[in-house]
Design a protein around this ligand. Structure first.
Ligand SMILES: Cc1ncc(COP(=O)(O)O)c(C=O)c1O
Length: 357
């Protein structure tokens, strides 16, 4: 009975499962390996002992946080919408623009939530394959053609792309925004801190461009759930209409602002992780039978024979990595998040012993 009541699009979906399992090293979700600096913990402790409690609702507009972000990015704070992770922004943007039968262009492989949210909205995902032979680069002309031919309401570009690690040049982003003026082009920059490139300055020029950012990766706060979009205020105004009331808790607003204000600390961690990315990539490249995709993010995708089995053996040793055994293009790939030197060495040691080099 319930089954018949459920919308057909939802009936076919499977829930996102993330098992809490014991581990030695967690390199499967591209989180930061660093915990919150002591300085910020102490500030938070002060908030709890002296500041207001949590009996009142949070600031619905997250004004302090949005002003801080707007100051840094040099945009109007009304251009920014904050959400419970950038996941919430993905869902809100699709809800604003995509109705039943509307097309959404999505390169593939990429972050799965664009497709899932499109389906939830009753839209039709149109996938544009990344070029496998060219390290999964985007064929920007094919992307533009697809967006225009399909009359897509929305199109996504994940930059750097998860899980392949590749980067689309700013020139190509601008080309897409300028040639797809009838569509919203969403550039998801969840990992942009690791590549020193952003499409945010283009927002002034292109009203159809939306950039997504998150505090979950470089900014240490996957557990706090905070992300934001920056766009023309015509777009942010519409997203804001459907944003759930009080979508960001007082604690999340506070902690995100504190961490953002401690950017110098975060930037040191980013430099460290970029160094470690090169270290890890170098070691992996030296192993026979392992192909290492170039990465501009805090993870590395490798192609290796028996990927599924290797990931399972690593899991048994308490080393969590991401495998893609049910993906037609990535079934022989593993994605490893870049951790601390100690974590990366544990991964390498176990990986090498499994591969029996
Ligand atoms: C490309 C990309 N975008 C968005 C997200 C969602 O991040 P969050 O909702 O934690 O901000 C992720 C998470 O892995 C991601 O990889």
């Amino acid at each position: 009975m319930i089954n018949e009541l459920v919308r057909p699009e939802i009936r076919k979906l499977t829930p996102y499962v993330s098992h809490e399992v014991p581990y030695r090293v967690k390199l499967d979700a591209n989180e930061s390996p660093f915990e919150l600096p002591q300085k910020i913990r102490e500030k938070l402790a002060g908030y709890f002992t002296k500041g207001p409690g949590l009996n009142l609702y949070p600031d619905n507009e997250s004004v302090n946080l949005r002003r801080t972000l707007a100051g840094y990015w040099n945009v109007d704070h009304d251009a920014i919408v904050v959400g419970a992770g950038s996941n919430q922004l993905i869902q809100l943007i699709i809800t604003v623009f995509v109705g039943k039968g509307d097309r959404v262009v999505i390169p593939c492989p990429t972050f799965s939530m664009y497709k899932i949210n499109t389906i939830i909205a009753g839209g039709i995902p149109v996938e544009v394959p990344l070029i496998k032979e060219k390290d999964f680069d985007l064929d920007v002309d094919a992307f533009i053609d697809a967006v225009n031919k399909e009359g897509a309401k929305v199109a996504f570009l994940c930059n750097p792309n998860n899980p392949t690690g590749g980067l689309i040049s700013i020139e190509d982003i601008e080309k897409a925004a300028s040639k797809c003026t009838g569509s919203i082009i969403v550039v998801d920059e969840a990992y942009a801190e690791f590549c020193e490139q952003s499409a945010i300055p283009l927002i002034e020029k292109y009203e159809n461009l939306v950039v997504l950012r998150t505090f979950s990766k470089a900014y240490l706060l996957a557990g706090a759930r905070c992300g934001y979009s920056i766009s023309n205020i015509a777009v942010s105004g519409e997203i804001n209409k459907i944003r759930p009331t009080f979508n960001l808790s007082s604690l999340t607003q506070l902690i995100a602002k504190m961490v953002f204000e401690e950017r110098e600390e975060v930037e040191k961690m980013i430099l460290y992780l970029k160094d470690q990315r090169e270290y890890l990539a170098g070691k992996l490249k030296s192993l026979k039978g392992v192909y290492v995709y170039p990465s501009w993010a805090n993870y590395i995708l490798i192609r290796v024979c028996g990927a599924k089995e290797i990931a399972r053996k690593l899991y048994e040793k308490g080393v969590l990595v991401r495998s893609f055994f049910d993906d037609p293009v990535l079934s022989d790939c593993i994605r490893i998040s870049v951790g601390t030197k100690e974590q990366n060495d544990i991964f390498l040691e176990e990986f090498i012993s499994i591969m029996k080099y």
